[in-house]
Each structure stands twice: as C-alpha cells, then as structure tokens.
Design a protein around this ligand. Structure first.
Ligand SMILES: Nc1ncnc2c1ncn2[C@@H]1O[C@H](COP(=O)(O)OP(=O)(O)OP(=O)(O)O)[C@@H](O)[C@H]1O
Length: 234
C-alpha cells in the first residue's frame, strides 16, 4: 500500500481535564475525500483542530506525507502543504477579500501569483468583491473566501470544517462542486459535513465519530444510504 497522505494513530485529545477524543486511528489515502460525520459535540472539530495543530494531543501521533508532525506548530504544517478552513467561515474581517488572499499567499509562499488567480477562478463570485471588507460578506461569500484563502497556500491536504453550514442551497451546490473539482485535481480532502446527502455524494471514505470514538470507518461505496442513516442515528 502507498504511504497514506495523512495517518492518525492512537490519538487522544481534549481540553484540560475534559477528554474528548479517544484512540483515534485514521488513514487518509492521497487524492481522496474523507468525510468525518457524527452528531453535535462528538468531537469532529476537536479532531480537525488537533490535526491542524491548534490543539496538542495527549497521546498518539499524526503523520503527514510520511513526516511525524505531532509536535509541529500550525505554520510548519501549512508550509508542508496542509490548509485548514475552520468552522464558521472565519476570515480576517477588517481586511478586504483581496487582502485576505494576498496575506495568506504571502505568508506561506508555496507558489506564485497564479495561485490567487486560480482560487478566484474556482470561486468567481469573489471577483467583483475583491475590495469589499470580508466582515461585510454574506455567509456563503465568506465561506467561499475561507476556502479560497486556504487554496492560495497551494495545499496538498485541504481540511474543511462544515463548509456548507448555514449557507443557502444554491451556494452549497457551488461549494460542493468546488470540493469535487479540487479533489479531482489531486488534492486530498478531509471534511466534516453535517448534510448527509452532501457528505455521501462527496466522500470516498466515511468515518463516523460518536462520543469521541470512531464507530465506523470505511469506503463510501460499501455503505448504503440506509446504513449511513443508521450509523448516524438520524
Ligand atoms: N475550547 C473548548 N474548551 C472546552 N471544551 C470544548 C472546547 N471546544 C469544544 N469543547 C467540547 O468538546 C466536545 C467536542 O466538541 P467539538 O466541537 O469537537 O464537537 P463537534 O462534533 O465538532 O460538534 P459540532 O457539530 O457541534 O461542531 C464538546 O463536548 C464540546 O463542548
């Protein structure tokens, strides 16, 4: 088997005395979309934050592209090709759309200015908004900016936390298409997605978390929609 793009082994994490994740084992093959699912509060965001380096695990290892990054800070992970668009389409609110993109691009220097052009071509709705402050964007526009800002760092692994949350259906479809296209061009994607239909359309692999533990992990193709609903107890 090829070296997985990302491998999480025996991972435990939490906040002080509050233990949230228990013995998480996850391997993500290069160029695939892995969708992490589960009800509210089961630890999905905690898992992504730990992989992105925003939270230090209490046990376990994280390997990215064959390198142990468990104790590396977030900026080292970003320079190594990992990009994270956290939940809540967080952007630099006082800055313009253009400045958001240029700042992320300049900070990481993982390619030339064509990365900005490509990110805007991916989300053309942002083009007429380049001089608008990010804090004035609609939820859907801000989410597109959050993903575009991750893309200008030229990631090989893109991590997205609920990219469709609270967004109108027409924009959800555009974001879904963008994720499909980004993956088709070879970028590995790890995503938390709460809409079952979107998740099942996008995913190559599905991982289900419950109370901080993985209760299912497998190929999307091996899962019927009914099984998926049962796993998520919807
Ligand atoms: N900064 C924090 N400090 C303490 N506890 C936290 C913190 N962030 C999350 N938690 C707790 O950790 C647990 C897991 O939260 P997490 O946000 O990872 O879940 P989630 O599955 O992403 O949920 P949601 O779907 O609501 O985003 C919850 O009990 C939550 O209250």
């Amino acid at each position: 088997m090829n070296t997985p793009h990302l491998a999480v082994t025996g991972l435990h994490a939490g906040y002080g005395r509050a233990r949230v994740l228990f013995d998480i084992n996850l391997t993500i093959p290069t160029g695939t979309i892995t969708c992490v699912m589960g009800r509210n509060g089961v630890g999905k965001t905690t898992l992504l934050n730990t992989i992105a380096g925003l939270l230090t695990p209490t046990q376990g290892t994280i390997t990215h592209n064959g390198t142990d990054i468990t104790n590396k800070p977030p900026h080292t992970r970003i320079r190594g090709g990992m990009a994270y668009a956290p939940q809540g389409h967080d952007t630099f609110a006082p800055l313009t759309v253009a400045d958001n993109l240029h700042l992320a691009h300049h900070a990481t220097r993982r390619g030339g200015p064509e990365l900005i052009t490509r990110a805007l071509d991916r989300f053309p709705r942002l083009k007429p908004l380049l001089h608008r402050r990010a804090g004035l964007l609609s939820g859907g526009q801000a989410q597109q900016l959050a993903i575009a800002r991750a893309l200008v760092t030229n990631p090989t692994l893109l991590i997205l936390d609920e990219p469709t949350e609270g967004i109108q259906p027409s924009i959800v479809a555009e974001i879904e298409q963008a994720i499909t296209d980004i993956a088709a061009e070879g970028t590995t994607i790890l995503l938390v997605e709460q809409y079952l239909d979107v998740a099942l359309r996008l995913a190559d692999h599905v991982t289900v978390l419950d109370a901080g533990r993985i209760t299912h992990s497998g190929a999307r193709a091996d899962l019927t929609d009914t099984d998926a609903q049962a796993l998520l107890a919807i």
